[in-house]
Design a protein around this ligand. Structure first.
Ligand code: URP
Ligand code: ZN
Ligand code: ZN
Length: 463
């Protein structure tokens, strides 16, 4: 079916224009004023609406084993929820189990996603072990479109790798053009602080935050960037949470280093105070890095505005309060780390960024769609409104009022981190490769329609 989106304001990272968008099959064919109605079989009237590129969330954890349980959304429920919020592509994380080949993990995650994903999806590979074949495996992954790898500087004995491994991986990406994504927290120091807290009987959720100081994040960011410079490779810091860490990224970028970073809505809008909620409710806000004192929030917004931070992702990693978060009732270290958010990213960043005058409309599109597409090797197929790009489009109603709540959200999790938050601005109609998958609160897509995104390694063209 061919579709014409008429009378809308087309907003990209670089322009805002009154234009119609003609979609032929899965692709955008034309963007121009006054395209005749007879050019298409179906007309979508976007009067008073913005037409923006579908959101790209480059940091999600669907169906992921972690902390003795598995994240509550699978590829069906998670990608459906994403679509409701205007996100049309995700990049999720496959995990290499120690002592196994990365291809085994890739096969496992393809199986999790196929027949379930409702929107297009790519995969990063979490590297836990380079062994004897790891560097070869990384090249193999790049050939399969896994153009990025995540390494952990935290979680000793679980996911953490040593600096030698990080340096070897960075050096490999200097050759194969992939990107290293870093979970930057000093895990060894944090483990000592945690052991001391537990020895003093400090077991409540708040100690999750108090045992992971901002300096432990900043130190790891500094080290990660220094190693990337020695290796001659770019680096991307995931879920950056603090002013301290941001300063490290900004300082490096000011020197011309290809260091990139994302933050997430929770770090922009929530503070460490959430972890002190009574009745164990603080566990709903246990994820890493932890929430920070609220003084960090304006610094992160400024970072987004001035391009010290390039991307807003969600780090969607949902665990139900009733039967998963509760695993840590008597010991905060046993609370599964992660929080839900895949559905609310655009609403929150639009309302608290654009409506609040902190971000321009174009910057909003850049942070939530275009730059993730560029950094993760999907541009201009994704993240753009131009002839030849995939028709992943959102008809965005800037005046729609919405109250975020677990009672109405589509994520398979029994709480919302943003319960009761009122936002103005929401996705009205969502198209994925030309197909309307959400319209006026109705899901019209199908599980399994999402395609695997074979992403390109950028070969060093990062700036
Ligand atoms: O607590 C978090 N962030 N859980 C997901 C895993 C990760 O480190 O991104
Ligand atoms: Zn992480
Ligand atoms: Zn994550």
């Amino acid at each position: 079916m061919n579709t014409l989106i008429r009378n809308g304001t087309v907003v990209t990272a670089t322009s805002t224009t009154q234009a119609d968008v003609l979609i032929l099959g899965e692709l955008i064919a034309k963007v121009a004023p006054a395209i005749p109605e007879n050019a298409a079989d179906r007309i979508i009237d976007a009067t008073g609406m913005y037409v923006i590129p579908g959101g790209i969330d480059p940091h999600t954890h669907l169906d992921m084993p972690f902390g003795g349980t598995t994240s509550a959304d699978d590829f069906e429920t998670g990608t459906r929820a994403a679509a409701f919020g205007g996100t049309t592509s995700i990049v999720d994380f496959a995990i290499q189990a120690r002592g196994t080949r990365m291809r085994d993990a890739l096969d496992t995650w393809w199986k999790k996603a196929e027949r379930r994903a409702c929107i297009d999806f790519g995969l990063h590979m979490i590297v836990t072990d380079l062994g004897t074949s790891g560097l070869e495996d990384m090249d193999d992954m790049v050939n399969e479109g896994v153009a990025s790898f995540k390494l952990f500087m935290a979680y000793p004995n679980v996911l953490m790798v040593d600096d030698g491994t990080i340096f070897k991986a960075l050096s490999q990406t200097a050759k194969n053009g992939a990107l290293i994504c870093m979970h930057a927290e000093n895990g060894s120091v944090i483990d000592v602080i945690i052991a001391r807290a537990l020895a003093e009987g400090k077991t409540a959720p708040i100690y999750h935050a108090l045992t992971r100081p901002p300096r432990a994040e900043a130190e790891a960011v500094h080290r990660a960037i220094a190693m990337s410079e020695i290796a001659g490779a770019p680096v991307y810091i995931v879920h950056l949470s603090s002013e301290d860490a941001l300063n490290e990224v900004r300082e490096a970028r000011d020197r011309g280093v290809p260091a990139f970073a994302e933050t997430c809505p929770q770090y922009l809008l929530l503070s460490v105070d959430e972890l002190a909620r009574p009745n164990f409710e603080g566990a709903k806000y246990v994820f890493t890095p932890p929430l920070r004192p609220k003084e960090h929030q304006p610094k992160l917004w400024e970072g987004l505005k001035h391009d010290h931070l390039q991307v807003v992702s969600t780090d969607h990693c949902p665990f139900c309060f009733a039967d998963q978060k509760i695993l840590g009732k008597d010991d905060f270290t046993k609370i599964p780390n992660g929080g839900p958010g895949i559905e609310n990213r655009l609403q929150l960043i639009y309302h608290h960024g654009v409506n609040a005058g902190k971000l321009s409309l174009n910057r909003f599109v850049e942070l939530t769609s275009t730059t993730p597409a560029r950094i993760f090797g999907m541009y201009p197929k994704k993240g753009e409104i131009a002839p030849g790009s995939d028709a992943d489009l959102v008809v965005w109603d800037p005046n729609a009022m919405h109250t975020i709540s677990a009672k109405t959200h589509h994520m398979r999790v029994d709480y919302s981190m943003f319960e009761g938050y009122e936002v103005r601005g929401n996705a009205r109609t969502v198209l994925s490769r030309g197909e309307v998958i959400v319209d006026n609160g109705q899901f019209l897509g199908k599980p399994g329609r999402g395609n695997y995104l074979k992403r390109a390694a950028r070969g060093g063209a990062w700036k």
